[in-house]
Design a protein around this ligand. Structure first.
Ligand code: SAM
Ligand code: SF4
Length: 481
């Protein structure tokens, strides 16, 4: 459906790939409902933020944005807060940012079309709730649900909420996904999380774990291949706790490793990636699948969070350093070299110098190709809020610096060994200023390269590149002609 020029929206996304892909689905849904996406808030009738609350900083960004744009309310614009902050703060957002009309958590996106209709309706018909869960246990309900709606004065603005609680078993499946990259696309295979790591808001903001049928995932993969996509990234907070719910039309229930292999065998698909894996559910069958199916990329992101058993226990990760290293050993025994990356949190309550030293030694032992490291950030509702021994922010920053510089040294050595090797890259685009093409290897490394003018590669194509120079985070090379 083509957009109605009178209804325009601006959407800004914060946070992880799950949020980026949710936004692609939200954009597709809005466009189908007759809205047109615009590039600036000034051009938009409806301004939406798809928010992240994984750390306090991410959450604060949204409230700053909302405060900045308050003046735009006078121009008749409407504001909506989507995603994790919406789910976490619930109706409290209306108090903190009274110019907001729509608050919708990710578990309620399927109701967006009806919410949009309400948003356009005269204010007298509101407030309107699309929460299915008002009668369920308040313990797991989003914050703010307790707010009374019996305010004496009618609210001056539309106030619409979609705040399904943890118990929802609905997935957001839509045929209207506005994919932003013409060659590489995301497919959500599992939503929510049941792990309840002590520091993490995700189980509260994204609901319980619910998997799509493997048949519907495969149908989406085939459709994408038909449209010319060659790379697929399977998404979920814990992709390897995937459980095929129904078996689909064929009646076949697939494990995560089987689904991975099946997506990798879809004709036209040349690369399959997956994120994020949880060490607890990471089995050797995933490595076997990578060995057996060449289109499965030789890269695994396996967040460890800490190298100390004491801290892992306090984090409720439910694995030990030894068990984690066993998974690393499976990967290191694979036929192709698998690039391994991780997430680490420093300064978790009670983390001693000794614990931190164990994390540093784990970095040396594994030899990661990249580590995303974060200072522990206390989050609402999470069990770690109850823990004593908070680490001062200055000390968290120091540990973060030490960790990043140790990891940089490791990467300098690791990237150097690729000099002289030839890798296939997907061409992502061109950096005109540097006169280089931007490439990505199957191991998810950036390998930029030069090419003769008469052999300029096309974005989205796959070419062979010989690495000639290494940096801590990337490689530089030349096209093999
Ligand atoms: N599901 C993934 C897993 O289990 O590893 C990670 C999801 S989370 C969006 C991404 C990363 O954010 C986590 O791996 C963790 O390192 C970090 N993170 C989550 N909660 C945090 C907190 N409260 N403070 C600091 N970092 C946090
Ligand atoms: Fe958060 Fe842990 Fe779930 Fe990952 S597994 S999303 S870190 S609770």
């Amino acid at each position: 459906m083509s957009g109605d020029p009178h209804k325009t929206f601006y959407l800004e996304t914060f946070g992880c790939q799950m949020n980026v892909h949710d936004s692609e689905k939200v954009i597709g849904t809005l466009v189908h409902e007759g809205y047109r996406q615009v590039e600036t808030v000034e051009q938009a009738d409806l301004i939406l933020y798809n928010t992240c609350s994984i750390r306090d900083k991410a959450e604060q960004k949204v409230f700053h944005r909302l405060a900045d744009y308050k003046k735009l309310l006078a121009q008749g614009k409407k504001f909506g807060v989507l995603g994790c902050v919406a789910q976490q703060e619930g109706e409290k957002i209306f108090e903190r940012a009274p110019h907001v009309s729509l608050v919708c958590g990710s578990a309620s996106y399927r109701n967006l079309p009806q919410m949009l209709v309400q948003l356009e309706a005269p204010p007298s018909a509101q407030p309107v709730s699309f929460d299915e869960a008002s009668s369920r246990s308040p313990a797991l309900s989003p914050a703010g649900r307790g707010i009374s709606r019996s305010t004496t004065a009618a609210p001056p603005l539309a106030r619409i909420t979609g705040l399904d609680d943890r118990e929802t078993d609905k997935c957001f499946e839509t045929e209207f996904t506005a994919r932003t990259n013409p060659h590489r696309g995301y497919i959500t295979i599992i939503e929510g999380c049941d792990k309840f790591c002590a520091y993490c808001v995700v189980p509260f903001t994204r609901g319980k774990e619910r998997s799509r049928t493997s048949e519907s995932v495969l149908a989406e993969a085939r459709q994408m291949a038909d449209l010319g996509y060659t790379e697929i990234q399977l998404l979920g907070q814990n992709v390897n706790s995937y459980k095929d719910p129904a078996g689909g039309l064929s009646g076949k229930k697939r494990s995560f490793a089987e689904l991975l292999a099946a997506v990798g065998e879809v004709p036209g698909i040349r690369r399959v990636r997956f994120t994020t894996s949880h060490p607890r559910d990471f089995g050797p069958d995933i490595v076997d699948a990578i060995d057996a199916v060449p289109s499965l990329c030789d890269h695994v992101h396996l967040p460890v969070q800490s190298g100390s058993d004491r801290v892992l226990h306090a984090m409720q990760r439910l694995y030990t350093r030894e068990q984690y290293l066993e998974r690393i050993a499976w990967m290191k025994a694979a036929k192709r070299e698998i690039s391994i990356t991780s997430d680490v949190i420093v300064g978790f309550p009670g983390e001693t110098e000794e614990d931190f030293a164990l994390t540093l030694s784990l970095l040396d032992e594994v030899g990661y190709d990249a580590v995303f490291s974060f200072k522990y950030s206390p989050r609402p509702n999470t069990p770690s809020l109850e823990l004593d021994d908070a680490i001062p922010d200055q000390e968290k920053s120091r540990r973060l610096e030490v960790l990043m510089s140790r990891q940089r040294e490791i990467q300098i050595k690791r990237y150097k060994k690729y000099i002289g090797t030839i890798s296939e890259v997907m061409v992502e685009g061109r950096n005109e200023a540097r006169g280089q093409w931007i490439g990505r290897t199957s191991q998810n490394k950036t390998l930029n390269f030069t090419a003769p003018d008469d052999a300029a590669p096309k974005p989205g194509s796959y070419v062979a590149v010989r690495a000639t120079t290494s940096f801590p985070n990337s490689l530089l090379g030349e096209l093999v002609v």
